[in-house]
Design a protein around this ligand. Structure first.
Ligand SMILES: N[C@@H](CCC(=O)N[C@@H](CS)C(=O)NCC(=O)O)C(=O)O
Length: 209
């Protein structure tokens, strides 16, 4: 197995699905968490000048979703058949759209223009979350007839990991956010109770996003 080092800020953010992939696969990786000062010092040397990045035996790869898809493929968590892989990707894309909208939120400010912008973004976020929930809930309900509560097929895939992570922030601000989505709640609970993930979550440092 190559030597992996994942570098990101000390938050869940765009790196947490990658961390969860390593954890659930039981693959060793260095979870490097850096501060703003350290980041400023290395930013110009990193592809895309952005975080997270993954070093694979010293070769640096950028773009969180590229990293995730690569690891999901290597760890056999990308779906078994071509049609399952397609479904995994489709689900993931709904969640990425949601997550990308959330990061557009500006820093809190008294400026009414900033507040208006924040409201606009929150409204788009809610629309995207509604779309994601409707699509994913229907998929899980369909899959429950043959599978066992995972989103695709009858074993864990990267789609389940994203379903687990992408709703964390919404649930933190509104515990009832997924009340109408029993399939999604069940799927998230299956992920949270996988032994390696359960152990990781029990010691994970709390960060608000
Ligand atoms: N599409 C990129 C986006 C990366 C991105 O926007 N990273 C932010 C943190 S979430 C960043 O590097 N911020 C620090 C900076 O721009 O200096 C990915 O998914 O990896």
């Amino acid at each position: 197995m190559p030597k992996y080092k994942l570098t990101y800020f000390d938050i869940r953010g765009r790196a947490e699905p990658t961390r969860l992939l390593f954890i659930v696969a039981g693959v060793q990786f260095e979870d490097e968490r850096i501060g703003q000062e350290q980041w400023k010092a290395i930013k110009h040397k990193v592809p895309g000048n952005s975080l997270p990045f993954l070093s694979v035996d010293g070769v640096v790869v950028s773009q969180s979703m590229t990293i995730n898809r690569h690891l999901a493929r290597i760890f056999g968590l990308d779906g078994e058949s071509l049609s399952q892989k397609l479904k995994v990707d489709e689900i993931v894309e709904y969640l990425v759209a949601m997550k990308n909208k959330m990061v557009e939120l500006p820093m809190m400010s008294d400026d009414p223009r900033t507040q208006a912008r924040a409201e606009e973004i929150l409204k788009s976020f809610k629309d995207l979350m509604m779309k994601a929930c409707t699509f994913i809930e229907a998929q899980i309900q369909r899959n429950m007839k043959e599978g066992n509560g995972f989103a695709v097929g009858n074993r864990l895939t990267f789609a389940d990991i994203m379903i687990f992570e992408a709703f964390e922030n919404s649930l933190a601000t509104n515990i009832n956010a997924l009340d109408k989505c029993v399939g999604i709640v069940k799927c998230r609970s299956k992920v949270a109770n996988m032994p390696r993930i359960k152990d990781y979550l029990s010691i994970r440092k709390y960060t608000s996003f």
